[in-house]
Design a protein around this ligand. Structure first.
Ligand code: ADP
Length: 273
């Protein structure tokens, strides 16, 4: 009788050990699978600009060099392909640093309104293919001073606003709203463009995920923008939300904390007036 119990004990120890080992093996397999997929994705993305640049240079070497006009055209195209390769590598490095947690955040007080105006300026200076009207609305009486990483939040606004223009139709409209709430500032970027199907909506924040790959390829971009946005906001303990209707458009929104010191100044100002 007494020998059953120790045997059971040994059995249960062996079982739990086997279970733990299996879990370890599963995690390792998942990691290996993730790495394999990541390398396949990267190689695929790198191939496009590399092949294009190779093509232009070989055509030049094969004789296109002799005609000045053709030469300029091909050199410009090769330069453009190298630029997109550079952006892709930079985005990959940023994302990699964010995923491994080595990237540092530098917090300071700044005006969110200014950031959005700078992005709109940048967009107007870039010769955009789309003639999209940008409507930026905020309450001039309110303060929009947040405490966050200025450079990274610029990147968030840039990615979201550029996408709202890129995935819009000609003569479309982008509405940007800033709302100051009790402790937060709510940023909303609304477009009346193509919209995103529900099955893609939950996946657009994954690296390299694109809705309708061929159509989006024409628009340019690395497919990493929204993954970067998500990580930056996570670093601010914030989240990006999206709602979208195909054919009608999308709304991307996030919130950032209202700066405590700016909030205090505002209160003192109202007190003394
Ligand atoms: P990309 O470099 O391809 O623009 P992103 O990570 O910024 O990559 O976006 C991922 C995908 O999500 C895009 O390829 C596009 O299909 C979709 N998307 C993003 N923003 C919008 C938008 N405002 N309207 C419609 N589709 C969008």
């Amino acid at each position: 009788k007494s020998s059953i119990s120790p045997l059971r004990k040994i059995n249960s120890v062996i079982n739990s050990y086997a279970l733990a080992r299996q879990k370890e093996i599963d995690t390792l397999q998942k990691n290996a699978e993730f790495r394999r997929e990541f390398i396949a994705d990267i190689s695929h993305e790198l191939k496009t600009p590399i092949f294009a640049t190779q093509g232009y240079i070989h055509t030049l070497l094969d004789g296109a060099m002799d005609d000045k006009q053709v030469r300029m055209k091909f050199l410009k195209r090769a330069a453009k392909s190298l630029d997109s390769l550079d952006i892709l590598v930079q985005d990959l490095l940023t994302l990699n640093q964010m995923e491994s947690g080595v990237i540092k955040f530098h917090f300071s007080d700044f005006d969110l309104k200014e950031i959005i105006e700078e992005v709109i300026d940048e967009l107007e200076h870039k010769a955009s293919k789309r003639k999209v009207k940008i409507n930026f609305k905020y309450d001039p009486e309110k303060s929009f001073i947040t405490h966050a990483d200025r450079q990274k939040i610029y990147r968030v606004c840039q990615n979201l606003i550029f996408n709202a223009v890129k995935y819009n139709h000609d003569e479309g409209e982008v509405k940007i709203n800033l709302k100051a709430q009790k402790n937060h500032i709510q940023v909303e970027i609304k477009d009346d463009g193509q919209g995103i199907p529900p099955e893609d909506l939950k996946r657009i924040f994954e690296r390299f995920y694109r809705v309708e790959k061929s159509r989006n390829k024409k628009e340019g971009g690395t497919g990493l923008g929204l993954a970067i946005v998500k990580h930056i906001l996570e670093g601010h303990k914030s989240k990006i939300s999206v709602s979208s209707t195909v054919g009608k458009g999308s709304i991307f929104s996030f919130s950032l904390p209202l700066s405590k010191s700016a909030n205090q100044e505002e209160i003192t100002k109202t007190d003394s007036s």
